[in-house]
Design a protein around this ligand. Sequence first.
Ligand code: ZN
Length: 237
Amino acid sequence: MRSVAHPAAFPFIIVSVQHLDCMCKARYFPMNHDELSRPAVPEGGARQPDLSSIQIIRSSRRTLSLQVKNDGRVLVRAPYRASLRDITAFVQKNRAWLEKHLQKVREEQASNALAADPPLTMEEIRDLADRALRVIPARAAHFAPLVGVTYGRITIRNQKTRWGSCSGKGNLNFNCLLMLAPPEVLDYVVVHELCHRKQMNHSAAFWAEVARVIPDYKEHVQWLKTEGSRLMRRMTG
Ligand SMILES: [Zn+2]
């Protein structure tokens, strides 16, 4: 993979980037002055390529090149003298090639995503729940006096949207997927729910309670947002 300069230096910036390694294809085309003077959109009413999602890298090179990166970005390398019309025409001319390789990247990304995050089987979920039943009540018992609260029943669930909850009666629910999270993240979720015994909201006072027991809780919130979301996608049923 070639490195490129900061996107701010280019007239166009990539809108979305997915990080998956799979393939990298490039195609190079000679460009002459005839091509430069050709109209931007060829006759025949063909759809104009969307340049807003294509990164254009200008240099002192003499040819145009089109490249599909393994993360799905499309790069056009162009001489300084090439106009946007030239580049549009060039992309349009090679549209079939571009579509073919973008499709390959999409397929590759889809299969990589599936391999990295395979859905959990029912057996795996049961195993996680068994482990959670052994671990989480012990963590709640450990943290409750530190938070300064009591609680009722603890239930382990397999949920797709929540890590934990606390009922008005003080019963606590926890997601068995927490067993796949780092132990400090699990502890944070336990403390979070215990703190709801003091504050049934997410007010500043609530977060102050959390911070008193887990000072670096924001890191764990962040982990749940990013890695945790991936974990949640593995939940089936
Ligand atoms: Zn909460």
